[in-house]
Design a protein around this ligand. Structure first.
Ligand SMILES: NC(=O)c1ccc[n+]([C@@H]2O[C@H](COP(=O)([O-])OP(=O)(O)OC[C@H]3O[C@@H](n4cnc5c(N)ncnc54)[C@H](O)[C@@H]3O)[C@@H](O)[C@H]2O)c1
Length: 438
């Protein structure tokens, strides 16, 4: 069986390392952070992700972490690079960390006689593989890509909170390849890694690079469309976005996923990939009006929701439940809950709660906001409560949590998860995308 190395053991790299080991491969992880290396070698998690702790512990004998590129590259056959590619102000990404990793790999490949496959998994801007990454590999090794060693671009389509599941059962595997041999080796690796026999789509580098950011940009279009429907339905007596979206979702040309009117999209991928797509098109003098519009709709939605909540009770005390950008993660990048809390804190007393993301959120929350000590504490004595993330514990909110509130609390359930019958005596429940005034 081939041996694999993974460079960059963060939110995506650490779960990938554990998943590869779970599927029977020996795997070496490389990171620049000492604490990450120490944790992984002890079988501990460097990042929070469902099932990561279990897989790291279970497969400890097949996993090794090191800072030493030489040890990792010499002793493995395929190297996957998953280091950050942060966004720049204009929306494009920097390849700085990928190029650092590539140079370190190339120094070892220069003296390694056996064939090796280098795979870039980090999201890069189209043109990066041909213009920057392969030239550096060839220059430092003094060898030819596609002949002396292989190169692939292989972005992952995962969502935080379900990374391991998405790696094992992806909708598709996308491979950009320097040559047929490289693509074939990576395809065979995925036949062993995935448990669901996904379509494996192979092409040249640039088309795979465009497909990666185009896919995320397209999904933001769907979300923003559903959120426009949500605002329309709120203005029409009897309107209900869930009914409208449900009907649309049954059409096979549309599909139901990501077609739920509600909160703006956030997190480390959708907003930035969409902006990158827009910037990439702009540089080609193509007007990507759809990508720009979904970004604009998303940004105005924060204002729409904040003023809607504020207008219910302009002096009311407000609880925001949910600070991560989605369920089952503690990542708070572009979190709707934090943005709405900060906006409301300009006029209202705001208290917040989240089961995992409080520590990360504290850095981004306005100082005027109080952090609750528990879900029950957060709901005590508030006029309005807003559920921004469908965490399981929010679905189990009990009537007793509202005890002592002078009036019925307005509970805005953005995900429709609470037990309306159980709570009807203590809370007036409102769902997004439905009209209430008529
Ligand atoms: N997180 C996601 O949801 C997601 C989804 C799809 C794609 N991606 C892409 O994957 C890439 C990585 O994202 P992430 O969220 O895992 O990042 P992250 O910041 O969580 O982790 C990156 C890791 O790389 C390490 N690192 C940095 N430079 C290094 C180097 N030269 N050598 C070795 N290690 C190095 C860091 O110490 C860190 O542990 C990005 O390009 C991102 O766009 C991320």
């Amino acid at each position: 069986m081939q041996k694999i190395s993974v460079i960059g053991l963060g939110k995506l790299g650490a779960p990938l390392l554990a998943t590869i080991a779970e599927r029977g491969f020996e795997v070496v992880g490389v990171d620049i952070a000492d604490s990450t290396i120490e944790k992984i070698n002890k079988g501990e998690v460097p990042v929070e992700e469902p099932d990561l702790a279990k897989l790291l512990k279970k497969n400890r004998l097949r996993i090794k972490a090191t800072k030493d590129y030489s040890e990792a590259i010499k002793n493995t056959d395929i190297t996957l690079i998953i280091v950050p590619t942060p966004s720049k102000k204009n929306g494009t990404f920097t390849n700085r960390f990928v190029l650092d990793a590539v140079k370190n790999i190339a120094k070892v490949l220069k003296i390694k006689n056996k064939y090796h496959l280098v795979v870039v998994t980090s999201t890069v801007i189209p043109g990066s593989m041909d213009k920057e990454i392969v030239p550096v590999l060839e220059k430092v090794t003094g060898k030819k890509a596609g002949k002396d060693f292989g190169v692939c671009y292989n972005p992952e389509f995962i969502a935080l909170g379900s990374v391991i599941k998405n790696l094992l059962e992806p909708d598709l595997v996308l491979i950009g390849e320097s040559d047929l041999r490289s693509g074939r080796i990576l395809e065979n690796f995925y036949h062993k890694l995935c448990i669901n026999k996904p379509p494996i789509v192979r092409m040249n580098f640039v088309n795979a690079e465009i497909a990666k950011i185009a896919l995320n940009s397209y999904i933001t279009t769907k979300i923003s469309f559903a959120n426009t429907l949500m605002q329309i339905c709120e203005k029409i007596p009897g309107g209900n976005v869930d009914d409208v979206a449900r009907a649309l979702g049954f059409d096979s040309r549309i599909g139901a996923k990501y077609l739920k009117g509600g909160l703006p999209y956030g997190g480390p991928c959708f907003p930035r990939d969409n902006r990158a797509f827009n910037n990439f098109a702009k540089n080609l003098k193509v007007k990507s009006l759809l990508a720009r519009s979904s970004d604009k709709i998303n940004n105005t939605l924060f204002k729409y929701l904040s003023s809607k909540i504020s207008s219910i009770n302009p002096k009311g005390k407000i609880a925001i439940l949910g600070l991560s950008y989605k369920k089952d993660t503690d990542v708070v990048e572009e979190s709707a809950g934090i943005k709405i809390a900060n906006s409301l804190a300009k006029k209202h007393k705001v208290i917040v709660w989240d089961p995992t993301a409080i520590e990360n959120a504290k850095k981004l929350l306005s100082p005027a906001i109080r952090v609750a000590s528990s879900l029950k504490n957060c709901l005590s004595n508030v006029d309005i409560a807003v559920i921004t993330i469908p965490w399981d514990e929010f679905g189990k909110i009990k009537p007793a949590y509202f005890k002592g509130n002078p009036k019925k609390t307005i509970l805005i359930d953005c995900w429709g998860i609470v037990d309306q019958v159980k709570l009807q005596k203590v809370a007036n429940i409102q769902l997004l995308g439905q009209s209430y005034n008529e």
